[in-house]
Design a protein around this ligand. Structure first.
Ligand code: ADE
Length: 232
């Protein structure tokens, strides 16, 4: 069976997966530990990429080149940009873009990557549908929506910055890795999906809410990923 790459930015986001998998091999590369084994009878490589777009891109490229994964799942937490998405809810990516890509002084729309045929990276339809169905099964009391992930090397914790991400990019949640994983997956022809539990509202309350809710949010994502592997 084909291997699935599973990326979390922080230890908290992969902790449960590491506990539940049967570990066969650990490889250290670019300062990241790649845990190879099986989880729910599915071959997987689980890795903590670290925070931000550069770490996430490097990690995804290693999953493609060294581990030859057949697809990538990114799991973690995010700040909500959509009033319908409350803390604890889960967002499954429809697509993802890099909100801090800005070549507007040269006439490009904000978010557009010059000289690339794509700046909004679409999730794999099958992975997205599977994630939505599995979420409803394992987290029946949690609202799950599909939508747009906007990523940048910034923790969003101010109303005006949040409003900009909504008006310019129509983002549903903000985080710091997803679109970079999506971008790298796209360049390598790999299907991907991003699964994010909402830990805060990406506004003036984010600094307080984030540490309170991140643990539960990350746990719900892990349960969902494990169910996806069962049905894969
Ligand atoms: N991850 C979780 N909450 C976030 C926020 N408000 N901004 C960026 N990344 C996040």
């Amino acid at each position: 069976m084909n291997k699935i790459g599973i990326i979390g930015a922080m230890e908290l986001e992969i902790e449960q997966l590491k506990k539940d998998m049967t570990l066969e091999n650990t490889t250290r590369k670019a300062g990241m530990d790649f845990y190879e084994g099986t989880l729910n009878a599915c071959p997987v490589v689980v890795v903590r990429c670290g925070i931000g777009k550069v770490n996430a891109a490097i990690c995804t490229q290693i999953l493609a080149d060294v581990f030859q994964v057949s697809c990538v799942i990114n799991t973690g937490v995010a700040g909500s940009l959509n009033a319908a998405l409350d803390i604890g809810d889960i967002l499954i990516s429809e697509d993802a873009l890099e909100h801090d890509m800005d070549v507007s002084p040269l006439g490009y729309e904000p978010g557009v990557i010059p000289q690339l045929d794509c700046s909004i990276f679409r999730s794999d339809e099958r992975l997205k549908t599977l994630a939505l169905a599995c979420c409803q099964k394992v987290n029946p009391d949690i609202q799950v929506l599909s939508g747009r992930v906007v990523s940048g090397d910034q923790f969003i914790a101010a109303k005006d910055v949040k409003e900009r991400l909504i008006s310019l990019f129509h983002g549903d949640c903000a985080e710091m890795e997803g679109a970079s994983i999506a971008h790298t997956a796209y360049l390598n022809g790999l299907p991907f999906v991003i699964i994010r539990a909402i830990s805060d509202k990406a506004d003036d309350s984010a600094q307080m809410d984030y540490p309170t809710f991140e643990t539960a949010a990350a746990k719900h994502c892990a349960a969902l990923v494990e169910e996806m592997l069962m049905q894969h």
